[in-house]
Design a protein around this ligand. Structure first.
Ligand SMILES: [Zn+2]
Length: 458
């Protein structure tokens, strides 16, 4: 009889405090031992010599658009792309699927679609919009990982932005339910009126779009959201912060005891306004790409621990929605979930010497703690055996043909990455190996085990 189901031998394990060679033993999907030279046999042995063993990537921000807009992406292609990038768990946003996840019935419909196809585990965000305050309790009961609200136009008619009263009252209810509220923080007044003025004056180019979403619009909205969180006692998470000032506001609020966290995305760390002009529609996002000084500020904040997590905000669309002479009408969203870990390894670890445990924390460990996913996010005894085996030295230029998205476009195409994901393991099952998806739909719903952890946790 085998003692273990799986042993991953001789890999360099990236754990919270240390990086060192060890074996990882797994029984029934859980890690039962992490130590060098483990005795005993296993039904399956993986030789990880020369590879780094990271906790599987947890991407807290993707839009897979199924059900309802599956032609934009879908769980099958989206989750495979996550797996190819070393991902073992992703949190799907409530919008861009139809119906959006605003009540129990829409949650159930999305869960069915995901369970039928996902090769990663998944968690679901619920939505906070005008008119669904009485649905928040049933979303909490279903196990949403948090509630997402837009402080500016979402770009999708079926997911309206919150007004201040809805956000304030929604946060008060979320606090009682023990749910985190996540906000897209840009001022609707500033961005909406600047955009309308530019379009009315016929200024519809890339630079005009960038100018219509200035940093001050983010700073104002982050400030307001923090104020509401402080007033209501609600745990707040600010998604895709694009500016150093936005991060600094979050860090200062946290320092004075407000329960607030934030994320940024690889595209804000790697790309600038000049890249937006060079790449065009494929790099359109909101908030938009910023000047190079903001990229540097974000990296400094990340190294300082002020940006505790990085998510992809994978927001795909058919290429036809990315074609317009008027840049304001181009679909706003970047396809990038497959590149999250390679981007951070290349530009974070290799180029800027961000330590590997910090890369693991921003892509897995902190995410699991912040969202109370007690079995996730670490290569340690009693955690789920969610692993990404990486050859840190291997380099690849990303080609469009490498992408697993339904629509194979991304601003990361043509980029040279150092750090190749060799194998991805979800609860002990290999989902991706040597360039191929090798599992069926193993994905399960993951739900918080308790109310949200304080943002300071980690
Ligand atoms: Zn998003």
């Amino acid at each position: 009889m085998s003692r273990y189901d799986l042993i991953v031998r001789n890999g360099t394990v990236v754990a919270e405090g240390a990086v060192g060679i060890a074996d990882v033993a797994v029984v029934e999907g859980r890690i039962v031992a992490v130590a060098p030279g483990l005795d005993g046999a296993a039904r399956e042995e993986i030789d990880a010599g020369g590879l780094h063993v990271f906790p599987g990537v947890i991407d807290a921000h993707v839009h897979f658009n199924e059900p309802g807009r599956t032609e934009w992406e879908g769980w099958a292609t989206g989750s495979r792309a996550v797996a190819v990038g070393g991902g073992t768990l992703c949190f799907d946003m409530p919008l861009n699927a139809h119906p959006p996840t605003l009540d129990a019935a829409s949650f159930d419909a999305k869960r069915v679609a995901a369970e039928a196809q996902a090769v990663t585990d998944f968690a679901l965000w619920g939505g906070l919009v005008p008119g669904n305050l009485n649905r928040l309790a049933e979303l909490a009961e279903r196990g949403v990982v948090g509630l997402k609200a837009f402080m500016s136009n979402s770009g999708i008619d079926d997911f309206p932005a919150v007004d201040d009263l809805t956000l304030y009252e929604g946060m008060a209810r979320a606090a009682k339910l023990g749910l985190i509220v996540a906000v897209h923080a840009e001022s609707d007044t500033l961005t909406g009126r600047l955009a309308a003025r530019a379009v009315a004056e016929g200024r519809t180019g890339i630079r005009d779009y960038l100018a219509a979403r200035p940093v001050i619009a983010e700073v104002e909205a982050v400030s307001r959201a923090i104020l509401f969180a402080e007033e209501t006692g609600c745990a707040l998470h600010v998604v895709h912060v694009s500016s150093g000032r936005g991060v600094a506001l979050v860090a200062a609020a946290r320092a004075r005891g407000v329960d607030v966290s934030c994320e940024t995305c690889p595209h804000y760390l790697l790309f600038t306004e000049e890249d937006a002009e060079r790449l065009g529609a494929v790099a359109k996002c909101a908030p938009p790409l910023r000047p190079a000084a903001e990229c540097d500020a974000l990296w400094q904040h990340l190294r300082a621990g002020d940006i505790p997590m990085v998510a992809s905000d994978h927001s795909p669309a058919p290429a036809t929605m990315k074609e317009s002479a008027n840049f304001f009408t181009v679909w706003s969203g970047i396809s990038g979930c497959q590149s999250l870990l390679p981007a951070l390894l290349t530009e974070g670890y290799h180029a800027r010497r961000v330590p590997l445990p910090m890369i693991a924390a921003v892509t897995a460990g902190y995410v699991a703690r912040r969202f109370q996913l007690s079995a996730k996010g670490r290569v340690a005894v009693s955690a789920d055996a969610d692993l990404a085996l990486v050859n840190l030295a291997a380099g690849d230029v990303l080609a469009a043909a490498d992408l697993r998205y339904r629509h194979r476009h991304s601003p990361f195409v043509g980029r040279r990455f150092r750090g190749r994901v060799i194998r991805t393991v979800v609860r002990g099952v290999t989902t991706f190996h040597d360039g191929a998806i090798v599992s069926g739909a193993v994905g399960r719903l993951v739900r918080p085990s308790a109310p949200p952890a304080s943002a300071a946790a980690g």
